[in-house]
Design a protein. Sequence first.
Length: 166
Amino acid sequence: MKKLLIVYYSWSNGNTRKIAQQLQKSTDADIAEIETVKPYAGSYQDVVNQGKREVDSGYQPDIKPLRYNIADYDVIAIGTPMWWYTMAPAVLTYLKGQDWGGKTIIPFMTNSGWPGHVISDMQKACKGAKSACEMQVQFDSNGGNHMETSLKMVEKWIESVKRLCE
């Protein structure tokens, strides 16, 4: 049996957190949330604007240490919301700070319409890792928390993750 760790970043409506927690409940895997040292502040639009500047400049914010070390795991599921067609900057910080050699990653992301190039960017950032069971989960196109991707599709994805870890 392969050991699974779920690592995610979530902001705003907590959509990515919901998917990560659903995966955790079904797999009983360890789970950790990526948090920035300096939390984002201001209105939703303020954070959207700040996020665009950060993505455009390749900024990697400082993040709090996670209590789990990926060296102890075979498979790491990594979740992020889409920020300006790529992963959230905090996820980039996390990915760039790890040794992915010999690991299998399960990149998953939430979006409100177009998924951008989030998954491929995550795969590129995890040098030395194999990628499997990629997943894109769409929520309300108005930035809400209503899941547009069917629950059945999410459950099918979770089953594929469980099979990978057998």
